[in-house]
Design a protein around this ligand. Structure first.
Ligand code: 4AD
Ligand code: MG
Length: 480
């Protein structure tokens, strides 16, 4: 018989029909006459309860071999549930063990495991409620990103993963080379001769698809990329990954205000999509988060997940300049009482996540878009303001996260862009193609990057970015 997914059975299966279910055993309980197996196949957070007659020698022998983690196939009769908490349950008629799981070796038991432990068994953590919920939510968010942009007529562009440039200019790149590290070809001066490497030049994994995205936008008007990006920054925090996914729209004829409008509309769309399509998983994640929060002191607890998501939908994001933010921060209580790890002392300093979170969580109590940062702390491509000091940058700051989006209006003036590239000692010869778009038919344009895992942190209520991507890459960790 053809397998039916558990989600479909629980939602619309007809009592009285014969069905086949396949999945993994979550729990086994028994009484004298019947055994109850909770089976999950990943299609929903909910298990189907399978009722097995124990007064049947064959079943008894099979049941002895079925433990948490085993995979089984059941043909049976769908019946109205007597009390499993579900609408229907399955009366087993034919039970087949597909793969046993030895309880002395299988690391997942029907109890609460710590997230740290689950990271060590990332090959099996998909089988927990938490990670199956996150995986379904992640899928829905990926789908919603594409739907949002597709419905607006944006074109998805695949930008290269191997590049010769450093978009953000931070020098935090992973080298791509085929050289034998012990014996690379050398120049007479002792330096490595990169001309002999695979691409005939130095290459690295991309930190952002923006520069190539701009090339496409300056012909196709509205495009977006959604790809993996790589950063060799040694930040071992709960918000940084060495490999993460970024959504980068780039739009011709948009100024910074249009850019902010799009970012706010997109974030609200994604949150709304989660509320409308992932409620069961969100409810599970909310409960999980509340259990975790109950360990914390009252004033450090965050808002209930679903309430928090609705709150973002219902409020306009605050929009202020960097200069105004510095003013608020300098006058703030934690700054005056020296409670910030990095005190805010003068205009020009970069904002740390503690400052961003103060603005969002304590001062404005809603998402904030900060604009017009000092040019010294931002990338070369941002449009220079007339004051000569600031650039048309925009960062979107979220509660519990800090920066979720970074973007800007782009410098479209050839001379100004070239000057900035020279001032910042960016290798001009690698930038000729980028500069040419300002030489030929340049237009005002803007874009931004949304860190997909930061979005996932927000929507799932999880506290560590390692728990919202299946296989996290962080300093000293590339297992699985
Ligand atoms: O602010 P960033 O560095 O901006 C850019 O890369 C621009 N080129 C984007 C653009 O304008 N097209 O990164 C954008 C976002 C951040 O706001 C953050 O959400 C996320 O990417 N991000 C990270 N997420 C996880 N781990 C890291 N190490 C991250 N670094 C940045
Ligand atoms: Mg940034």
């Amino acid at each position: 018989m053809k397998r039916t997914k558990i989600k479909q059975l629980l939602e619309s299966g007809d009592a009285g029909s014969k069905v086949t279910v396949k999945g993994w055993v979550r729990t086994k309980r028994g009484s004298k006459n019947v055994a109850f197996l909770a089976i999950n196949d990943g299609s929903t957070i909910n298990n189907i309860q399978v009722v097995v007659d124990v007064n049947n020698n064959e079943n008894e022998a099979l049941l002895a071999k079925i433990h948490t983690g085993a995979s089984i196939s059941i043909d049976g009769l769908l019946t109205e549930s007597q009390g499993s908490g579900q609408r229907v349950e399955l009366m087993a008629e034919n039970l087949i063990i597909l793969g046993e799981a030895n309880p002395d070796e299988y690391p997942l038991q029907p109890k609460k495991h710590s997230l740290e432990f689950l990271r060590e068994i990332a090959h099996l953590r998909f089988r927990t409620n938490t990670f199956s919920a996150i995986t379904r939510l992640r899928h829905s968010m990926i789908f919603a990103v594409h739907k949002f942009f597709n419905d607006k007529g944006f074109l998805n562009i695949h930008t290269p993963i191997i590049t010769g440039s450093d978009c953000e200019g931070a020098g935090e790149m992973f080298r791509v080379s085929v050289f034998d590290p012990k014996n690379p070809p050398l120049l007479e001066d002792g330096n490595v001769n990169w001309k002999e490497d695979f691409f005939g030049k130095e290459t690295n994994l991309t930190v952002s698809g923006q520069l190539e995205g701009e090339l496409a936008a300056l012909a196709l008007s509205e495009i977006y990329t959604f790809g993996p990006t790589f950063r060799a920054e040694n930040s071992n925090t709960s918000r940084h990954l060495a490999e993460f996914w970024m959504i980068e729209p780039e739009m011709a004829f948009y100024d910074i205000n249009d850019n902010m409008d799009l970012a706010e509309e997109m974030l609200k769309y994604l949150v709304k999509y989660a509320l409308e399509n992932c409620m069961e998983d969100l409810q599970f994640l909310s409960k999980r988060q509340q259990e975790e929060e109950s360990q914390k002191p009252q004033d450090q607890r965050s808002m209930e997940l679903i309430e928090k998501l609705k709150f973002v939908l219902d409020n306009d994001f605050a929009r202020i300049s960097y200069t105004e933010a510095i003013d608020i921060l300098m006058k703030s209580k934690p700054n005056q009482k020296k409670q910030f790890q990095y005190p805010v002392e003068k205009w020009g300093t970069d904002l740390q996540s503690e400052h961003e979170r103060f603005l969002v969580e304590k001062h404005f109590k809603k998402p904030v878009i900060l604009t017009d940062y000092p040019k010294e702390i931002k990338a070369f491509y941002m449009k220079q303001n007339e004051d000569g000091k600031t650039v048309r940058a925009m960062d979107v700051l979220f509660p519990g996260i800090g920066e979720i989006i970074g973007g800007s209006q782009r410098e479209e003036n050839y001379e100004k862009l070239l000057n900035r590239i020279r001032e910042m000692h960016i290798p001009e010869k690698d930038m000729w193609w980028y500069l040419e778009t300002r030489k030929f038919g340049t237009v005002e344009h803007s874009g931004y990057g949304l860190g997909f895992e930061r979005l996932m942190l927000f929507v799932s209520g999880m506290g560590n970015i390692r728990d919202v991507i299946p296989f996290p890459r962080t300093p000293k960790n590339a297992e699985f």
